[in-house]
Design a protein around this ligand. Structure first.
Ligand code: F6P
Length: 302
């Protein structure tokens, strides 16, 4: 493990974008500059490292971005970085600039890449959890989840209005990859009648029995929130199953999709992104090297 003093830091965003990534980039850049470090931005995740798309960042380069969704550095899921040759080229590009510390803002896949890279080349990497899925083990917070779940809630509330007007059953699919957090949180917050998540096995026959009971009682408006990764399938599969089993019900399926990834970050996402960005640089300066993730953040300052 390296204990060299870090002098030049590179920051990148990797994997699916998440609202608040810009706030994290800003915090990394400004904290680095405050400590007299040189800081570089890498474009399009690990691809930019391999393609040598690495640019110096100054304070002005991160002005007016804290409120913006997406990522000014752009992001990608790099296949080349999974290969040893790709990582070697990436390292050479960092080395020729003297970059000796990396901050990776992304999800689990991005951290796995960082860990491998860090072990191979003895370069300290700090990971900041940035994903709407909230699926980073050991962290209660990931940048983007709060904004995404609020976007989902706003959309589902609107769907509830039209469902109510037409006496319809709506199946709403939300994102989350293999995790059910967006579905669980948005489903509870919108009073969904049922929430289907991959973490628990849904008894589809019990669901049909319950909905048939409701039909008999003339309760025709129902919202079912389904996580895209549910073991039964996503919204389309669930909708088709229900249409088949409940021929009298007026059923619609709505897939919220990438709308959940965009938009201006919430206050919470800006706050945790700023604190994590600051903390990542402090970690590098304090010699906390080769850590896989920046896992826990205390959002209740004493
Ligand atoms: O990981 C974030 C996420 O939005 C998941 O919720 C979703 O499954 C996936 O990315 C979608 O990826 P893409 O934008 O590449 O289709």
């Amino acid at each position: 493990m390296s204990t060299k003093k870090v002098t030049k830091i590179a920051v990148l965003t990797s994997g699916g974008d998440a609202p608040g990534m810009n706030a994290a980039i800003r915090a990394v850049v400004r904290t680095s500059l405050y400590h007299g470090l040189e800081v570089f931005g890498v474009a399009r995740g690990y691809n930019g490292m391999i393609e040598d798309d690495i640019i110096p960042m100054d304070s002005k380069s991160v002005a007016n971005i804290i409120q913006r969704g997406g990522t000014i550095l752009k992001t990608a899921r790099s296949k080349e970085f999974f290969e040893t040759e790709g990582r070697q080229v990436a390292y050479n590009n960092l080395k020729k600039r003297g970059i000796d510390g990396i901050v990776v803002i992304g999800g689990d896949g991005s951290f796995k890449g960082a860990q491998k890279f860090s072990n191979e080349f003895d370069i300290p990497c700090i990971g900041i959890p940035g994903t709407i899925d909230k699926d980073i083990a050991g962290s209660d917070f990931t940048i983007g989840f709060d904004t995404a779940v609020n976007t989902a809630v706003e959309a589902i509330d609107k769907i509830r209005d039209t469902a109510d007007a037409h006496d319809r059953l709506f199946v709403v699919e939300v994102m989350g990859r293999d995790a059910g957090y967006i579905a669980l949180h948005s489903g509870i917050a919108t009073g969904a009648e049922n929430i289907l998540i991959p973490e628990t096995k849904t008894d589809m026959n019990a669901l049909i029995t319950a909905l048939t009971e409701k039909e008999k009682r003339k309760k025709l408006v129902n919202l079912i929130v389904v996580a895209e990764g549910d073991e039964f399938g996503g919204g389309t599969q669930v909708g088709n199953f229900l249409k088949d089993k409940l021929p009298n019900a007026d059923i619609r399926v709505c897939i919220l999709g990438h709308i959940q990834r965009g938009g201006s970050p919430s206050c919470l996402d800006r706050l945790i992104a700023s604190r994590m960005g600051y903390h990542a640089v402090e970690c590098l300066l304090n010699g906390t090297h080769n850590v896989k993730t920046l896992l826990i953040i205390n959002t209740n300052p004493k």
